[in-house]
Design a protein around this ligand. Sequence first.
Ligand SMILES: N[C@H](CCC[C@H](N)C(=O)O)C(=O)O
Length: 263
Amino acid sequence: MKFVKYHGAGNDFVIIDAREAELDLSRERIAAICHRRFGVGADGLMTLENDPAGQEFYMRYWNADGGESTMCGNGGRCISLFAHHLGIGGGVKYFNSSDGYHWALIVEADEHRGLVELGMIDVREVRDNGDGSYFAFTGSPHHVEFVEDVMAIDVFGRGNEIRRSARYAAMGGANVNFVQILGYGLLKVRTFERGVENETLACGTGVTAAAIVTSFVNQTDCKRFTVDAMGGKLEVSFDREDTTFQKVLLSGGAEKVFEGNIL
Ligand SMILES: N[C@H](CCC[C@H](N)C(=O)O)C(=O)O
């Protein structure tokens, strides 16, 4: 089975063009493909499929543990560059996914790399958990808390604990984002990802949640954030009406790093 490997700010994915093929993708097989030693290694796997609703393609996403999951922002940017490399659509890609329709502008691209701006869903609620942390759904569920120094945080230990806490059990757990405010519109974020069950080098829906919660909580007139993730920089921008965030955009680099054949 042919695959390609892309990453967005170090959040990495196996992507398979499934438009013509019936694939055998069990939970176990996806977990094996994503395994860092016994497989290709990835934070997640995506298939690019024909969309019954008539968009240019459908994006399905599975986490590294083999579980099909909710929207992946870095994955959406990578699969849009992959679609571009396949000659699908024009300068703006229109696709469907688990949280509805998305568009992605290919700002620039060569045969390996690109700069991709992805339209995200609206965020109509930021929940204050009452303990200094917050929750927002940006296509995936995200816990957000502010810390003095993200590099001093035990992201795995504390992230795992919060991800498995009773608060988020009903939704199957949440991703956990630790946010350090570096300045006005400037954040550093580290994320423990549900379904990867570890820290990832970047999380697109996570940095989107971090920016929106920062605007909601203290930089209330800021609508554009640069976010330093461990694997690279991402930009988040939005319009804001009271507590509704619309025209949410996630921008950053995406890169095709290799292609291969899964036996
Ligand atoms: N692990 C997430 C999905 C992937 C999110 C992340 N890779 C992104 O870029 O948004 C979840 O199960 O909620």
